[in-house]
Design a protein around this ligand. Structure first.
Ligand code: UT7
Length: 333
């Protein structure tokens, strides 16, 4: 017997976005109390002036839930309408239970809930999955959350990671729309470079159990991302039926300001396309960086809801994903 299949919304869009930035700002001077580095090196080589670290007891689920509540408010969507919650993260403390059902429960929802692990590219992967599930009729609305608590996965003496990574969360509501607001994804992986960004057992202190620590061969990422991601960016724009001239904003994963600038140059982005530089005050928040960067662009008036933006995320795996989107309303405060 043939099996019935569903079909859903003809078009999907981002309906609202919310973020959570932990209250504690950590400047380079504080990082360098432990790390053998200095403010000038960190600013010049990474673009980072400060970042946010979660407070003691402020969990990844806390941050993800706060961002999700703001995204729902911005979208004007009730939690009862959410049929799917996806959390993209590499720093939830346990594989089991995964983060998304805990977030759903905190929101008062029993929606389908799962995590996506695709390193810094997790948010753009999860966005594509959610959009296709809404279009496929398997959920009406979905919450997509990128959340990281990298501060507890760092060796503070490691010169290739300690000054880069940070904490935060960003969420969007994906749902049906009159016009398409989420373009086709351009994505892929290169597992032959899997060692370049990895977690290793945390053994800084033999007397205490530590979570794994992130290790990175930063120069290898540097040699790869600004060039390989230019091709992915062009594919995403082409798949959306647009040209680079049609973009208002470019929101790459906030890995390193030099990567962002080299990538924009390699892409030959038109000068009037606004480029996200949230890394200066947020550091690299991995799967949370793209929604956090969108929020800052809109808050600072660099972009506006309704603008056309190219998202590109890349990192551990190596995995990457990007798509063109119409920017959503953003929760303020
Ligand atoms: O989000 C996931 C993807 N991750 C990324 O995209 C990260 C990409 N990579 C990076 O951000 C950069 O590679 C780093 C910021 C990690 C390192 O910057 P770099 O320009 O690649 O530095 P390097 O490792 O080539 O080192 C250059 C110099 C060396 O000194 P000499 O040999 O030239 O005298 C290092 O010893 O800088 C030195 N150095 C440092 N000095 C002060 C390396 N790290 C540090 C440091 N502070 N933290």
């Amino acid at each position: 017997m043939p099996i019935s299949q569903r079909s859903g919304a003809a078009a999907t869009a981002l309906l609202g976005l919310g973020v959570h930035r932990p209250a504690r700002t950590v400047d380079n001077e504080e990082i360098c109390r432990v790390l053998d580095s200095d403010d000038e090196w960190i600013r010049t080589r990474t673009g980072i002036a400060s970042r946010r670290f979660a407070a003691e007891g402020e969990s990844l689920v806390d941050m993800a839930t706060a961002a999700a509540e703001r995204a729902l408010a911005a979208a004007g969507v009730a939690v009862e309408q959410i049929g799917l919650v996806i959390v993209a993260s590499s720093t939830h403390a346990q594989h089991t239970p995964h983060a998304a059902p805990l977030v759903a429960d905190r929101l008062g929802s029993q929606a389908a809930a799962f995590d996506v692990s695709a390193g810094c590219a997790g948010f753009c992967h999860a966005l594509s999955i959610a959009s296709d599930l809404v279009r496929g009729g398997n959920t009406g609305h979905a919450l997509v959350i990128g959340a990281e608590r990298l501060s507890s996965f760092l060796d503070p003496t490691d010169r290739s990671t300690a000054m880069i990574f940070a904490d935060g969360a960003g969420a969007v509501v994906v749902g049906p729309a009159d016009e398409p607001g989420i373009g086709p994804v351009a994505w892929g992986s290169d597992g032959s470079q899997s060692r370049v960004i990895r977690q290793e057992p945390g053994c800084r202190d033999v007397d205490q159990a530590h979570p794994p620590v992130v290790k990175m061969e930063g120069t290898a990422v540097f040699r790869w991302a600004p060039f390989a991601m230019a091709d992915v960016a062009r594919s995403a724009v082409e798949a959306a039926g647009l040209a680079l001239d049609d973009l208002d904003a470019f929101v790459p994963h906030q890995a390193n300001l030099r990567i962002t600038e080299t990538l924009a140059r390699n892409l030959k982005l038109p000068e009037d396309v606004q480029v996200a530089r949230d890394i200066v005050e947020s550091g690299n928040t991995s799967a949370a960086s793209v929604p956090l960067a969108i929020e800052r662009m809109i808050r600072d008036g660099q972009a506006a809801p309704g603008d056309t933006a190219l998202l590109i995320a890349f990192g551990a795996g190596l995995s990457y994903a990007g798509q063109v989107v119409t920017l959503p309303p953003v929760a303020v405060g």
